[in-house]
Design a protein around this ligand. Structure first.
Ligand code: PEP
Ligand code: MN
Length: 338
């Protein structure tokens, strides 16, 4: 249930309303927007008579929320949530591009790519250290060493870093990582989501290969329910009958997610298309659809990449795309840091 308070309700009154519902065993999600204050009630609200709530003097209106996701729901939080990590700012009109290799391969590679993507205008650096691969015989990532090399590249470039976690036990290793990525294959690893809910760091949550939009939002809810509200939703393509592309980019998911939730939405055109030549078209479509940012794979020698070379842009291709994306973002009224 959401309880909308009258404009300019004094803080003391807001506190009383919160206390009133807390005493009923509900947890409260308070959202103080520019125009209104919304008190979101999480828990079993079935026994609450909505007319009693509406009768509270400072209450403007009260509504039951039908959707199973509450804290991620835009009804609970009217304004866009803005997630910040250094130069990466997502949501509320801010647009950022996070770029880098699929996997961190060695010191020279990640250092060179950090420099290249920074020069091209990216706001964040990505690089996988723990790689979820279909085959156990494929390159699994440099693991702890990979995170160290990534942290070094962050120090040298000043770019905040994004890397994927596959196991809760590794959380302590992610101290220097600014945004922790949950990969498509882990989207419904609920224990992992709960544990990430216990830390105070932005989580980039990728949509699962065969998961619905509502399931993605429920996974975000798992993280938020534990107290971490810094969640970034990522559309990275879903599995369909189509075989011409690696996945099918569900472009409709962008406006749907923006409508249903206040959380920032980023698109990964690299894993969606699976081919470098497709990346610019999908990236532009994402901006036009209302995305708050992009996650793009870039490699200095795609042919020799240890993972996802076919979908990786060269630094030159990425630089060209960034110029176009700046124009697209500005057309959409979004601001992107220089
Ligand atoms: C990745 O970002 O390199 C990755 C493995 O992505 P996904 O989980 O979307 O497949
Ligand atoms: Mn990849």
């Amino acid at each position: 249930m959401i309880v909308i308070l009258k404009q300019d309700t004094p803080k003391e009154e807001v506190g009383k309303v919160v206390h009133h519902f807390e005493q009923k065993g509900l947890s409260i999600h308070l959202s103080e927007g520019q125009r209104t204050t919304i008190v979101g009630l999480v828990g079993d609200t079935a026994a609450i008579d909505i007319n009693d709530v509406k009768a509270i003097p400072c209450v403007e209106d009260a509504k039951r929320v039908q959707e199973p996701f509450k804290k991620a729901n835009r009804k609970f939080h009217e304004d866009d949530t803005i997630v910040r990590a250094g130069s990466v700012v997502l949501g509320g009109g801010h647009f950022s591009v996070i770029a880098g290799p699929c996997s961190v391969e060695n010191e020279e590679q990640i250092a060179a790519l950090a420099k290249a993507v920074l020069q091209a205008g990216a706001q964040g650096l990505r690089g996988g250290a723990f790689k979820p691969r279909t085959s156990p015989y494929a390159f699994q990532g440099l693991e702890e060493k990979g995170l160290e090399l990534l942290a070094h590249a962050k120090k040298e470039s000043g770019l905040p870093i994004v890397s994927e976690i596959t196991d809760s036990a590794d959380i302590p290793l992610f101290q220097d990582v600014d945004i922790i990525q949950v990969g498509a294959r882990s989207m419904q690893n609920f224990r992992l989501l709960k544990n990430l809910g216990g830390i105070r760091k932005p989580i980039l949550l990728k949509r699962g290969l065969s998961n619905s939009i509502e399931e993605l939002l429920m996974s975000a809810e798992y993280i938020m329910a534990e107290g971490n509200e810094q969640v970034i939703l990522c559309e990275r393509g879903i599995r369909t009958f189509e075989t011409a592309t690696r996945n099918t980019l569900d472009i409709s998911a962008v406006p749907v997610l923006k409508r249903l939730s206040h959380l920032p939405v980023v698109v990964d055109p690299s894993h969606a298309g699976g081919a470098a030549w497709l990346v610019p078209s999908l990236a532009k479509a994402a901006v036009a659809a209302g995305a708050d940012g992009l996650l793009i794979e870039v490699h200095n020698n795609p042919e020799k990449a240890l993972s996802d070379g076919a979908q990786s842009l060269t630094p030159a291709q990425f630089e060209r795309l960034m110029k176009t994306l700046r124009q697209y973002a500005s057309l959409e009224g979004k601001t992107m840091r220089e």
